[in-house]
Design a protein around this ligand. Structure first.
Ligand code: NAP
Length: 231
């Protein structure tokens, strides 16, 4: 598949590496190609600057959001939550219409330092904002409730643990499910929560995810849903 990954951070890089490994044609989208390649500072996860990373991953094409989206059949949004709508605007509606957008972003506000807060209330979500702004885009929210290393390698954690999915278009959700399955997610561990409004629930998990990260002192964990019988 031709896949555009919006985002040059840890998530964009790790997802792109996995997609290339799986044989997909991958292009990463950014605001400004020259500025991004000129970056020399490692990211917050200690990963190399994008330019360094790109030298070691030549199979991944790299372009502006609009050009990256134009050639893609599916777009994966791994931009900063506050940059998501600006990134999609730069991609241009004509390059988005009718496509699937797997949205991994979280509406985190880092302006007051750590821990970040959410910039959406619990009566809305960033995923819904995207869907409202681009009605022709098939938005599927998923993977946003775990660190990138677990997204593409669920076997990092023992036993059953879960990934959630929200979206209005059943066919788009089926395609994303297939992609998650190719990442190693057992189908029974993918929980379809329902329409795009259910993304409110997974985005609102971020405050607890961030506290768990602090308490456990590692980001390599995930939510596991235990099922029981009533009565
Ligand atoms: N880190 C994780 O493990 C993890 C886990 C789950 C979910 N997430 C979510 O995944 C997303 C990506 O996280 P990350 O840590 O990889 O990277 P990040 O630092 O949150 O985002 C980097 C990307 O956002 C773009 N961006 C920032 N402001 C922008 C703006 N105003 N307009 C257009 N684009 C803008 C940057 O564009 P340029 O390339 O042009 O600089 C870059 O591509 C976030 O929403 C995060 O909450 C992260």
């Amino acid at each position: 598949m031709n896949i555009a990954v919006f985002g040059t951070g840890a998530v964009g890089q790790i997802i792109s590496e996995k997609l290339v490994e799986l044989g997909h044609t991958v292009v990463i989208g950014t605001r400004n190609v020259a500025d991004t390649l000129a970056r020399t500072k490692p990211d917050g996860f200690g990963r190399p600057a994008f330019g360094e990373w790109h030298k070691t991953h030549p199979a991944v094409r790299f372009d502006t959001y609009d050009k990256a989206a134009a050639s893609a059949t599916i777009i994966i949004n791994a931009t900063n939550g506050s940059g998501t709508l600006p990134a999609l605007a730069q991609a241009h509606p004509k390059n988005l219409a009718g496509k699937i957008l797997l949205d991994i972003s979280n509406p985190l506000d880092h302006s007051q330092g750590f821990p970040p807060t959410l910039f959406v209330s619990n009566t809305d979500s960033l995923a819904e904002q995207i869907q409202r702004t681009y009605p022709d885009l098939k938005v599927v929210k998923s993977l946003n409730t775990m660190t990138a290393f677990v997204m593409v390698n669920p076997a990092l954690l023992a036993g059953h643990h879960h990934v959630f999915m929200s979206g209005n278009d059943p066919a788009a959700k089926a395609s994303v499910k297939e992609l998650l399955s190719s990442f190693g997610w057992p189908l029974q561990d993918i929980i379809d929560l329902g329409d795009i409004t259910t993304a409110r629930g997974t985005e609102q998990l971020l405050p607890i995810w961030i506290r768990l990260w602090g308490a456990l002192k590692t980001p390599i964990f995930n939510f596991s849903i235990a099922l029981g019988k009533a009565g």
